[in-house]
Design a protein. Sequence first.
Length: 94
Amino acid sequence: MLWVYLMGLPGAHRPLSARVARGTGRLISGRTLVAAWPTAQQTMTTDSSSIPVGVDGEAAELDTPLEFTICPRALRLLQPKRNEPVDRQFSLRW
């Protein structure tokens, strides 16, 4: 199931950074304008023929409309054969 979240960013006349800051403040305070719904397919349209997006952390430009579809069993996950837990220790240094 694909979950679609629509977060309202009020004040279309303001710069995007100001709208995101205000939207984040609303989210933290619990007064956010968010709608969410499950779906198997979603099409998003815009007034422009393409839009800048981020895909896996990379900047890209996609043609519109954007179409999102769930494909059951499209991703196969591999699991190791051994059943005993693996102890992995690591440390983070900042």
